[in-house]
Ligand binder design. Structure first.
Ligand SMILES: NC(=O)c1ccc[n+]([C@@H]2O[C@H](COP(=O)([O-])OP(=O)(O)OC[C@H]3O[C@@H](n4cnc5c(N)ncnc54)[C@H](OP(=O)(O)O)[C@@H]3O)[C@@H](O)[C@H]2O)c1
Length: 440
């Protein structure tokens, strides 16, 4: 079994980090990435898969599962091409990191460890997250399933969220053991957005290293179909009073990923991506993806309800829903495609259709594909008068207007301003408390 010490030089190695890799989509992305990497990249290239989990036990188990997947995939090929197994298995290396997104110090430690141990990063996939749902409105479920099963099992209105969740204190107690005053940090905000935001900032130099405009380092953010305009209140950036904090975090993800490409956000994205004038071509790119709807443990259900959920998802897919890949492996399609696609392909598609949100979709038999997804206030590509897709539109979809697009851009810019401000504030607090991790 190859170890990371045998890993190739940065030129021959493709370094990918996946957060929350121990379950659901994270694991699906890892498995799919291994398969597609081995099929699409030259023999001379190796994959270095860096998985983050909240503790070492989960990390060990994840690497074990990914190794088993690799072994099985290679064994299947061995029956067709004897001798290929050893060759292919030797091209995939694993590394694990501990990451708790709700703990800023822990995020800094993870970034420090990456800086100390890997020469570069080609792709980071920000997948980890929580739903923060505490139950379901059963009456509404019954009504929805009778009246609009496909729509309501895609943009589910019956989830009940926890409200006002905050993280554990970020600052350690003072010398006298007394609690140090600090502002609250939203739990869903930290787990679904801000923790990744900080990690993105700290790892940006690794994403710039060994890259150029023909081959940019990529941040791929996992969004959701549940990213409604009405769920984000700009007076509550951490969704502390929101009754839909998950949806708010996903709307913020859409806004910030899409507007990261606009000149109006340059001052903030330059600071976020640690971009320097000396190496303009190496500025990493931020991409937005979503997995459609998949059966994972993001909504905790008992065994019977879990089975009912899968059955319902397969049925709506058969009824024609394109947004039900159902399995995490199929849900990983868009993220893995974004990770492996040539820069020239992505650039050409964006040139033609505008910057967009890349979703995992399937036909009714489960044949997967990548499908551009409509965003409220941006449409499919931010192009006024663009051709509207007939299928896969949210019940809240509105045709793109000049005014709507302007508001989307302004809101995105405001989010960038606020996030940069918040990052600097928290970094200062940790420094003042004498606990910040040295990043240079
Ligand atoms: N499933 C879907 O249909 C769907 C649809 C749209 C978008 N998504 C998105 O896909 C992503 C993955 O979700 P999933 O469905 O695969 O759910 P999942 O099976 O519950 O996986 C979530 C992952 O995130 C990790 N995580 C949670 N809180 C964390 C924290 N504070 N720090 C670090 N890691 C943390 C979990 O680790 P632990 O095991 O330690 O908790 C787990 O590995 C999420 O961003 C979700 O919003 C999912």
């Amino acid at each position: 079994m190859p170890t990371l010490q045998d890993a190739p030089t940065p030129d021959d190695g493709f370094y990918v980090l996946i957060t929350g890799a121990n379950s659901g989509l994270g694991l699906g992305i890892g498995c799919r990435l291994i398969d597609e990497f081995l099929h699409s990249r030259p023999q001379s290239q190796s994959l270095i898969l860096i998985v983050t989990t909240r503790d070492k036990r989960k990390g060990d188990a994840t690497v074990k599962q990914l190794r088993a997947h690799l072994h099985k995939a290679c064994q299947n090929l061995e029956t067709k091409l004897p001798g290929i197994r050893m060759l292919l298995e030797g091209r995939v290396f694993f590394r694990q990191e501990i990451l708790d997104l709700t703990n800023i110090l822990n995020v800094q430690r993870c970034a420090r460890s990456l800086k100390d141990n890997v020469p570069k990063l080609d792709v980071v996939i920000f997948n980890a997250g929580i739903g923060a749902w505490v139950g379901m409105d059963w009456l509404q479920i019954a009504w929805c399933i009778l009246t609009s099963p496909v729509t309501s099992l895609t943009w589910a209105p019956f989830k009940i969220s926890g409200v006002g969740w905050v993280t554990k204190p970020q600052l350690p107690p003072g010398k006298d053991g007394a609690k140090v005053e600090e502002p609250p940090l939203g739990d869903v905000f930290a787990a679904n957005f801000f923790g990744h935001y900080l990690l993105g900032h700290y790892t940006a130099p690794l994403l710039a290293r060994y890259h150029s405009s023909e081959n940019r380092g990529r941040i791929i953010w996992v969004g959701s179909l549940d990213a409604y305009e009405h769920s984000l209140d700009l007076n509550d950036f951490q969704y502390l009073t929101s009754e839909a904090p998950y949806e708010a975090s996903k709307r913020m993800t859409d806004l910030m990923c899409i507007t990261s490409t606009l000149p109006s956000t340059d001052p903030h994205t330059d600071a976020f991506l640690a971009y320097t004038e000396e190496k303009p071509a190496a500025k990493p790119r931020i991409y937005l993806a979503h997995p459609g709807i998949c059966g994972t443990s993001i909504f905790p259900l008992n065994f019977i309800l879990d089975a009912c959920m899968y059955a319902a998802f397969f049925i709506v897919r058969l009824l024609g829903s394109q947004w039900h890949p159902v399995t995490a492996y199929k849900g990983a399609t868009s993220m893995v495609w974004l990770a492996l696609a040539k820069q020239s392909t992505l650039d050409a598609m964006e040139e033609r259709e505008g910057v967009g949100k890349w979703g995992s979709a399937t036909d009714r038999w489960g044949e997967e594909r990548v499908e551009r997804t409509e965003i409220e206030g941006w449409g499919w590509g931010g192009v006024l008068g663009e051709r509207k897709k007939k299928y896969g539109r949210s019940p809240f979809a509105k045709d793109l207007t000049e005014q709507g697009k302007r508001e989307f851009e302004e809101t995105g810019k405001k989010c960038w301003e606020e996030m940069e401000k918040l990052r600097l504030e928290w970094e200062k607090r940790l420094e003042d408390a004498g606990v910040a991790v040295e990043m240079e």
